[in-house]
Design a protein around this ligand. Sequence first.
Ligand code: C5P
Length: 238
Amino acid sequence: MKNPLIIALDFAEKEEVLSFLGKFPEEKLFVKVGMELFYQEGPDMVRELKAAGHEVFLDLKLHDIPNTVGSAMRRIAGLGCDLVNVHAAGGSEMMKAALEGLDEGTAAGKKRPLCIAVTQLTSTSEEQMRAEQLIPVALNDSVIHYAGLARQSELDGVVCSPHEAKLLNSRFGEGFLTVTPGIRLAEEAAGDQKRISTPGFARQEGVSAIVVGRSITKAADPYEAYLSFKNQWEGVLS
Ligand code: C5P
C-alpha cells in the first residue's frame, strides 16, 4: 500500500457504483466498501471490484468475540480484500484472532489483507466517552492507548485524524499506518465532518492514506475532483 487516495464508495447499490466507476477512464482505483453497500450487495461486490483490478478497503469495523472475528476474517481474506478493519475496543485477543483469521484465509502466494483498528469513533465526544464508556481520561489519551494496543497486537495501523498522525508515527513508527478520513479541499464546505484537513496537510503530517467520499462521489465531475485531490495529495500542487 503506497500512500493511496481511497475513494469511499458510499452508495446504496451496485448500479450506482458501476455508473460512478464508469466515469474513470481506465483508472485502477483504491476504493472503500462500507456497511451499506456490503449489506446490500454482499461479497460479490468486493469480488467484482477486485476482478476489475481495483484495490479494496472493506470497512466493516468488526467487533465481537475473538473466535467470531477470526472466522469472519478468514472469509473476508478469501475475497481478496487489500485492507480491512476492527474496533480496537474488542481487545488485543480479538485483534490477534483477526490477524490469524486473515492469515488462514489468504490464498497461497497472495498477500494477507492489511488490518487497521478504529480507536474512538470521530462521532464520539469526550463527554460521551466519559459518561457512556466510563473511560475517565482525555479522548486523545484513549485514542493513543487504543493505537498502542493495536500496535502490540501487531495490527498494521489505525484509522485516525491527520491531526493525530505525527504523534502516532513518532510513538509507533512510520511503518504503522495512519489512514485518515475527513479530507476536504481548502475551498470546500466541511459538511458533517467536525475536524477536516486538506490533502496537502495530511501529506505534511505523514499520513499513510487518505479516504475521500462525498467530495468525489457527489462532484459534478467525479474524475476531475479525484484528480484535484490526487494532485494535492501527491504534492503536485499544494
Ligand atoms: O464523505 P466523506 O469524505 O466525509 O466520507 C468519509 C468516509 O470515511 C465515509 O465512508 C465515512 O464513513 C468514513 N469514516 C469517517 N470517519 C471515521 C471513520 C470512517 O468519516 N472516523
